[in-house]
Design a protein around this ligand. Sequence first.
Ligand code: FAD
Ligand code: SF4
Ligand code: SF4
Length: 483
Amino acid sequence: MADEPMLKFVRVDQDYPDKREADARIADFAEISARYAGGKAEEQASRCSQCGVPYCATHCPLHNHIPDWLRLTTEGRLREAYELSNATSTMPEICGRICPQDRLCEGNCVIEFAGHGAVTIGSVEKYITDTAWEQGWVEPVQVGPERGQSVGVVGAGPAGLTVAELMRARGYDVHVYDRHDRAGGLLTYGIPGFKLEKPVVMRRVQRLIDAGIVFHQGFEVGRDATLAELCERHDAVLIATGVYKPRAIKAPGVGATGIVEALDYLTASNRKNFGDAVPAFDEGLLDAKGKKVVVIGGGDTAMDCVRTAIRQGAESVRCLYRRDRANMPGSQRETKNAEEEGVEFVWLSAPEAFDGEGSVAGVRAIKMRLGEPDASGRRTPEADPGSEFRLEADLVIKALGFDPEDLPVMFGAPELSVTRWGTLRVDHRTMQTSVEGVFAAGDIVRGASLVVWAIRDGRDVAERMHKYLREKAKAAAANKVAA
Ligand code: FAD
Ligand code: SF4
Ligand code: SF4
């Protein structure tokens, strides 16, 4: 049809928003991608072929109504596009920025399979919600009639914030407890500004404060209250504390000064960008400026570390990873960004020891070769005898991933059941833990995962928690009548 606004993928090429040149972007911590301008989002959205069975949406953990908001975008009905995308997500502009779209929505777009390049779904999602914020279309949370029941949320990351918003909207009193001084979890202190600028997170938090959600920052469950005490205070509790125990490297010399944990390093950098005083950074330990940096690991955390070190003015930045590029867990997009910015990858290499007098001076490593695939399908690395080598380093950042902390011990709650990986065990029908009325969501259930999955869990928990609390209120009313 001549007037069909969609299905333009044959005539219109895939076009992501411009990335700033590497030289310019390493000079600051601002996001590297520009936003679509001048009708570009509308044009790119028009490439969608409006599939009857949209695989993009099936592979989006939130099952966003992608083809529908793409069509609305093409038609210039941006406010409706925003409202539709907002209906399934509490943070569409954040997912648009940091979802690994190549593994989720875009990686499953039929146009990609047909060789035309996926519709740039994430960039359009970011565009419509950023426009909504600018135009004042992002409404305050519509708080339902007060129910007189109270919810305690432990952890102010994307899972906790999602439950907080959706339960407040249903009329519950909501209190959020977090051990950090700012809300946002890893959105605030883990993920660097060049992927996600902090005002984007803070305006979401402010919207929740404006809705009457009470934030107790600097409140650590386990230190400032036990789980049982929180259960006394609230009618239902959510645990969304994420995973924070860093995986260790067992190698001689690993305790030397100058060998640091990835999250300590990233948190310090994010705090500096907020303008905070951070003694370990200010005194030099967590600052890569002028240093020879080696980052160990091949996941997204390692990519964030190498790119942060480049921006801090490191003399050199190398990433040591025991598998090859094809078998790394981190996003290929981020690896490419890192290479453009001057990071050197030392593939198929693992540390054996760290040398130096008190402070680290070098990493002694060995080359690896890949053996048979393991249970996860990735090929197992094996040391290649006789291939030892040394890299000079005066800052080594360990980025090998995270495990859950021991919550039953920390929270004084031995009745809290955990899996053999230490993640919280939940009944997937009710989303409750082994303690009645205590729900769980996000990384503490899944292990280290993604923001979009934390939001999805939060959405599911809010629905189940609402049902639980309605039944609890009904039972309480019936008991009162009976008495
Ligand atoms: P978190 O975001 O970890 O939030 C948990 C909160 O609980 C924190 O604020 C913490 O302070 C608080 N808390 C913990 N224990 C207690 C306690 N005892 N008392 C009170 N509060 C407590 N995902 C993506 O989708 N895209 C990315 O690009 C991406 N990049 C990442 C980069 C890094 C460096 C890291 C570490 C992760 C990245 N992730 C990314 C993963 C993503 O950040 C997580 O999957 C997501 O934040 C999990 O959300 P959550 O709400 O479960 O936990
Ligand atoms: Fe894609 Fe993530 Fe947006 Fe879903 S939430 S449409 S996976 S960018
Ligand atoms: Fe459009 Fe691609 Fe989704 Fe099909 S799979 S609806 S073409 S974005």
